[in-house]
Structure formats: C-alpha cells, structure tokens
Design a protein around this ligand. Structure first.
Ligand SMILES: C[S@@+](CC[C@H](N)C(=O)[O-])C[C@H]1O[C@@H](n2cnc3c(N)ncnc32)[C@H](O)[C@@H]1O
Length: 267
C-alpha cells in the first residue's frame, strides 16, 4: 500500500515521543493499552494466554473493533478484500478451507457462503471471539452451511486430519504473534495441507529492524518469514499483487516444498 513507512522502528523512544507530539489525541488510548499490557503480561504465563486475555477484553467492548475494524463498514470492506483476493486466486466451492485466527468471521462468513456445506473450518485461541463468530453465522443465516468453529490452545493442528485442507488462511494473526508462535504454525501446517494446497498469511512488514509494540503488534522482515517456512520444508513467496490493495500488511503464500517457484517470486 502506498504511503507505508517500512523502515521506522515504532519501539524506539524517539519514535514514540515524536508520535505522541504529532498525535496528542491518541496518547490516552495508548496509555490505557500500555497499562493493560503490563497487567495482562504479569497475569499471563505465555503469549497465547496473554493475547486471549486481550481478545476477551476487546471483544467485550466491541467484537468488530476487536478484530481491528473501527466501523461496521470497515468490517465489511476488510472481509470483502480478503474474500475477493482468494476468490481471484482460485478459491472454489469444492475446496476445504482452514482459517487460523478466524475472529468473528469478518471474512469467514463470505468464505462459508461460497464453500460447500461443511467445507469451512475456523480456529481461534479466543472463546469470546468464537461466540461472536456464532452470532455472525446467525446474523448471516449461514446455519445450513454447517461451518466448524473450534477453540485452540496452540497451532500444532494435531487434532486435524493430514492432507485435508486445500486452502489455509491467516489474516492479521501473525501481525500479533511472536516468532515462536509463527514457527509452531509453519512447523505443522504442511501436515494438514492437501497436495497442491496453499497457506496465505499476512504480516506487518518492516525493511528496517524487527520490533514489536507492546505484546500486541509484531513487525518482521520478509526474508525472516520466508526462511522460517523453508526451514520447515515449505516453499514460500511474497505476494506482490496483495501490495497493490488498500491494506497495511503484506502477504506470504506457503505451499508444499516441491510445488512452488523460487522464494520471493511475485504471485
Ligand atoms: C486481528 S484479528 C483477525 C481475525 C480475522 N482473521 C479477520 O481478519 O477478521 C486476529 C485473530 O487471531 C486470533 N489469534 C491470535 N493469535 C492466535 C493464535 N496463535 N492462534 C489462533 N488464533 C490466534 C485472535 O484471537 C483474533 O481473533
């Protein structure tokens, strides 16, 4: 997306002070989040527990804002963006899809409507957002499509069948994940991916130093994530066509090792 600053390190004091001076109205909200971050970090034994608590707190306030959309119009538009991209890349009704970090089905309801009944499987670490996902199914009259929604403790995916999913999708999940969580997913996703299947995930991209803001937002270099996927026997490529869309994150596509072109090739 044009206008993205890809070299700034948001964790530095210099950046934070500059940002506060430029946007004084955002300081109270950031202070509230920093206070919550400290408290939840103190109470949570690991990142997943921490982020589950963040989602609980955010979902209680507003489920659509909890997945990152400030208005219902933005919620609809962000879901459409994800759906249109995958449909344009060949998502067919007969495909079986796993959505990791499905949230309250911002895009999921569109996938569910498109896929044959029983072909959508959503997982999330947050029971609270999965309850909101059930509300979305009711609101959109999607009960006959029989989607599955399952809470997970981790991303080992060991309760799912091998070679089952043609499309695996994780939007705005790794942007909230430290590297060991991403690695756990990449270490196990190949087992559930069908031959010829693909796994798309978005991430906050930096071309400078990798960094994080609180425990909520993580910024990675593309080559770090490509190398991580390849270390687990997968092929990975940066999706240049996604960059043209109005979204602040970047996208990587992962396939079984022998199936994709060279890493870094445009998709
Ligand atoms: C920003 S929301 C995006 C939700 C959905 N993908 C969308 O685009 O609307 C991130 C979601 O990922 C979930 N999540 C975060 N870390 C996760 C993990 N390690 N495993 C599964 N879900 C995770 C959160 O609970 C939350 O529902």
């Amino acid at each position: 997306m044009p206008g993205r600053n890809l070299t700034v390190n948001r964790a530095t004091l210099r950046h934070r002070v500059g940002y506060a001076l430029r946007h004084p109205q955002r300081v109270p909200r950031h202070l509230a989040r920093a206070t919550r971050d400290a408290w939840l970090r103190y109470r949570s034994p690991d990142h997943v527990s921490y982020y589950r608590a963040v989602m609980r707190s955010d979902t209680r306030a507003n489920p659509e804002a909890a997945v990152g959309s400030r208005t219902h119009e933005r919620w609809l538009a962000l879901g459409a963006l994800q759906f249109d991209y995958l449909a344009g890349h060949g998502l067919r009704p007969g495909h079986r899809m796993l959505e990791i970090g499905c949230g309250n089905l911002r895009a999921g309801w569109r996938f569910i409507r498109h896929l044959e009944p029983g072909h959508y499987y959503g997982v999330d670490i947050s029971p609270d957002i999965l309850h909101a996902a059930q509300d979305t199914i009711v609101r959109m009259d999607l009960q006959p499509r029989l989607p599955t929604l399952t809470p997970v403790r981790d991303l080992r995916l060991d309760f799912l069948p091998a070679g089952h999913f043609d499309v695996v999708h994780a939007h705005s999940v790794f942007s909230h994940s430290p590297l060991p969580v991403i690695e756990e997913c990449l270490a196990h996703v190949g087992r559930v991916l069908a031959p010829g299947g693909w796994f798309d995930f978005t991430f906050n991209r930096t071309e400078g130093e990798e960094h994080q803001v609180l425990r909520e937002d993580f910024y990675y270099r593309t080559e770090t994530l490509l190398a991580l996927a390849e270390r687990h026997g997968l092929s990975a490529r940066f999706m240049t066509d996604w960059e043209e869309l109005p979204h602040g994150q970047s996208k990587i596509r992962v396939t079984h090792g022998q199936e994709a072109g060279p890493a870094g090739e445009a998709g």
